[in-house]
Ligand binder design. Structure first.
Ligand code: F6R
Length: 608
């Protein structure tokens, strides 16, 4: 959601900012803008629509001269997507420009205050109060104006500010919304995430709550909430810059699906040593793990779905009850967590606001917290007691694939590690699980290679109006993810149901020709699934079944069958998910959808 970029250096700022904003497109946006400072004035260009409109307005950045500037991609919250509501927003004086990610919750009150002091507003946004409040306090010292203004802001924000009268600096400040500072050679940056500036620098630091940074070409000063100058320890980002490029694939989504074998290897292998799993926890000890009496797993969307798969495996190996909750519900649910509870927080971006607040709620109630996160140094990672990183690399497509797969691997490893420590898993079971995990990259790779059948089935059914996914136990958890993947990128209405639940209402939705995707890979309940296939077929459904290798009974009951390779139950979800991802991808592709950037969606959901 909303992307911020800032550049202070020796080159023409606008082309660098436009290029960096393109790298943030995947976060989702509906308008874009740029401001550059030069010779005591600010030049602002902004427009509704894609970045190519802004490129056209600025001759690819060549027509705006100046070496310090800020840019923004906006995902509308307050005020419709329009030229005027796009950022940057100027103060009434035209001397201060602001880009903002987040929501200023008390903006109506601040508008009233500013109006009573002669200010007027041209946009419907909450952001405009930021530039005006800074202007209100500005008396020649940008830093103290920003410091005074932010004291009055309630809500969440990452802000980049440019002053016409101090044209060589950007001021940055944030609270509950991510912002990083990139340290270059004779040039420095701010950005919402590292992919925007990876081309220029890998040395970054993350801004923390209430810190203010003053960024100039050859100097960066950071101040804490008390106004004291502080030192920030930069981290070095190892992500491969090419990983954030399409590398010959038509879409990031298919590239990221294909990368999954490698992601599994990178996530698993550093954590398996001498036949044992090591999670590398620093603060949560083995004694703590033995003392927990329950686990909560919280996340949003796909991260929640992966938690539902993880629950079954952790309960089995670690013999501990696990509850999986949507992060947005957990926070307001009065959850029964205390110091003997472990909360596992799952997030690819590490910035999802609902998940972050769920984490804070868990900690407030005394729960211990481990997060499973993809983005190193992200807010959720920093706020957790321990973090287990998924080494999936940058995930650009809005619909997650490889990060989900990596989260699944970390959940297997967590189950095994807890099973070891709590002495409730036999060494034989652990050995077998490790062997499976070590072979997964090869088998997942083969499954991806042989994707023509899924592509063919997609070509038969891409015009469907409604598609139902059904499954039981772990297959139900996977059905939830398969259905989400399909609907978010293809815009086909889709539902996932626990197959046993159909007869309690849903079956009335099945009519002649309705496509039902039946997941039958969970062996203990496969007979029940065959009955459920018969139930929907009797009402006219067409069924594609996902079945275990050679399961002819499922094949006979369904219209089409996709066979999984011969495989053990425990890690079967890592295989079952692949045809579901591919089916969604090919259906969306045949429908000509904007696969990597589906409408209304954002990669990093930093508002509640
Ligand atoms: C769906 C998808 C979303 C995310 C959710 C949480 O394909 O990607 O449902 O899983 O928005 O995002 P993170 O994992 O960044 O917290």
């Amino acid at each position: 959601m909303c992307g911020i970029v800032g550049y202070a250096g020796g080159s023409q700022a606008a082309p660098i900012i436009l290029d960096a904003l393109e790298k943030l497109e995947y976060r989702g946006y509906d308008s874009a803008g740029i401001a550059v400072a030069r010779g005591g004035a600010l030049t602002v260009k902004k427009s509704k629509g894609r970045l190519k409109v802004l490129r056209g307005l600025t001759d690819d950045g060549a027509s705006i001269n100046g070496t310090t500037g800020i840019g923004h991609t906006r995902w509308a919250t307050h005020g419709e997507p329009s030229d005027v509501n796009s950022h940057p927003h100027l103060s009434l004086s035209g001397k201060i420009a602001v880009v903002h990610n987040g929501i200023i919750e008390n903006y109506i009150e601040l508008r009233r205050f500013l109006t009573s002091h002669g200010y007027s507003f041209v946009t419907e946004t909450d952001t405009e109060v930021i530039s005006q409040m800074i202007d209100f306090f500005y008396a020649g010292d940008s830093l103290s104006a920003v410091r005074n203004a932010v004291r009055h802001f309630e809500g969440s924000y990452a802000i980049g500010i440019l002053f016409a009268d101090e044209p060589d600096k950007i001021i940055a400040v944030c609270k509950d919304s991510p912002l990083i500072v990139g340290i270059g050679d004779g040039e420095n940056f701010i950005a919402s995430d590292v992919t925007a500036i990876l081309k220029h620098t890998r040395r970054i630091f993350r801004m923390c709550e209430q810190e203010i940074a003053v960024i100039e070409r050859s100097n960066i000063d950071v101040y804490n909430a008390y106004g004291e100058r502080i030192e920030k320890e930069p981290i070095f980002v190892t992500w491969d810059a090419n990983a954030a490029e399409k590398g010959g694939y038509e879409h990031f989504m298919i590239k990221e699906i294909v990368e999954q074998p490698d992601v599994i290897r990178k996530t698993a292998s550093p954590r398996i040593k001498n036949g044992q799993v090591e999670l590398g926890l620093k603060n949560i000890t083995d004694d703590d793990i033995r003392s927990f009496n329950k686990i909560y797993i919280v996340g949003c969307g796909s991260a929640y779905h992966v938690g539902k798969v993880g629950r079954q495996i952790i309960e089995r190996f670690a013999n501990i009850p696990v509850t999986v909750e949507l992060a947005s519900e957990f926070r307001y649910d009065n959850p029964f967590v205390d110091s003997s509870t472990l909360t596992i927080v799952i997030s690819q971006s590490g910035e999802t606001m609902d998940t972050l607040y769920a984490l804070k709620e868990a900690r407030k109630r005394g729960s211990r917290v481990i997060s499973i996160v993809n983005v190193v140094g992200s807010t959720i990672a920093s706020e957790s007691e321990d973090v287990v990183y998924t080494w999936a690399g940058p995930e650009i497509a809005v619909a997650t694939t490889k990060a989900y797969t990596a989260q699944l691997i970390v959940l297997y490893l967590t189950a095994l590690y807890f099973g070891q420590v709590r002495a409730c898993a036999s060494q034989a079971d652990i050995d077998s699980a490790i062997k499976q995990i070590e072979r997964l990259p090869e088998v997942v790779g083969e499954l991806i290679e042989s994707r023509e059948q899924v592509q063919y089935l997609a070509s038969l059914y891409f015009n469907s109006k409604d598609i139902f996914f059904i499954g039981r136990n772990i297959d139900y958890a996977l059905a939830l993810e398969g259905s989400l993947k399909l609907k978010e990128i293809s815009y086909i209405h889709s539902e996932a149901y626990a197959a046993g639940e159909l007869k309690h209402g849903t079956i009335s939705l099945i009519e002649d020709g309705t496509l039902v995707i039946a997941l039958c890979t969970y062996a203990p309940l496969r007979d029940k699934m065959i009955s459920n296939i018969r139930e929907v077929k009797a009402r006219g459904a067409v069924v594609i079944a996902l079945a275990r290798c050679g399961d002819t009974a499922v094949a006979e009951a369904a219209d089409h069958v996709i066979y999984m390779p011969e495989w053990e139950q425990l890690t079967m979800p890592s295989l079952t998910i692949v045809p579901l991802q591919l089916f969604a991808y090919y259906v969306a592709s045949l429908k000509g959808c904007d696969i990597d950037k589906p409408r209304n969606l954002a990669k990093s959901v930093t508002v509640e």
